[in-house]
Design a protein around this ligand. Structure first.
Ligand code: ATP
Ligand code: MG
Length: 164
């Protein structure tokens, strides 16, 4: 199914609103609507997990920024969720995507360590990648890259019974 990224982000923000109190979440979207082909419920789940982490591991009154950009050359959509929280030590940047792995830097908050492992699985079945970037103590940038096609890519198949 073709999913409008802006719509998905709105749905996610509605769901985390209660939980995000005292933080402002800014969304920076390109002007034209962007679509990705995939399972909307699962992709929203990825965003909920990542945005919830940004909330959970950042202080009250800090800002979270969600930026969506399009890399024309690789036909890739990049969603970055940036926070100003505790950050992730270099040594843990890969391991946080393992099941049950939790960084020492976040032991002050409870969690099971499953969220990102699930996100990674969902992103990978969509042909994408997920990675973390961080300066210790200087916040985290979680980047999700997904292959993207313009909605007009559907047109050649219209009327041929190949697209529902
Ligand atoms: P849950 O299963 O409830 O999501 P969790 O948040 O601990 O538990 P993950 O979402 O998988 O588990 O994240 C794994 C670990 O990665 C976290 O425990 C934390 O150490 C680190 N982490 C993830 N996102 C951030 C972030 N935005 N800032 C700092 N650390 C983070
Ligand atoms: Mg989590």
């Amino acid at each position: 199914k073709w999913c409008d990224v802006g719509d998905m982000i709105s749905v996610v923000l509605k769901q985390v609103r209660e939980f995000s109190k005292h933080r402002s979440i800014r969304v920076d979207l390109p002007d034209q609507p962007l679509f990705i082909c995939g399972d909307e419920v699962l992709l929203e789940q990825v965003l909920i997990n990542v945005v919830s982490n940004a909330i959970k591991y950042s202080p009250d009154y800090s800002e979270i920024v969600i930026t969506v950009t399009r890399d024309e050359r690789n036909a890739t959509l990049i969603i970055v969720v940036a926070d100003n929280g505790v950050g992730i030590p270099d040594a843990d940047k890969e391991r946080i995507f393992e099941k049950f792995y939790r960084s020492e830097s976040s032991r002050h908050v409870t969690g099971t360590g499953l969220g990102l492992a699930i996100c990674k699985g969902i992103v990978e079945v969509h042909g994408g990648t997920i990675g973390a970037d961080s300066n210790p103590g200087g916040g985290t940038r979680m980047s999700i890259s997904l292959p993207m096609e313009a909605p007009e890519a559907l047109f050649p198949y219209r009327g041929q019974g190949e697209v529902e």
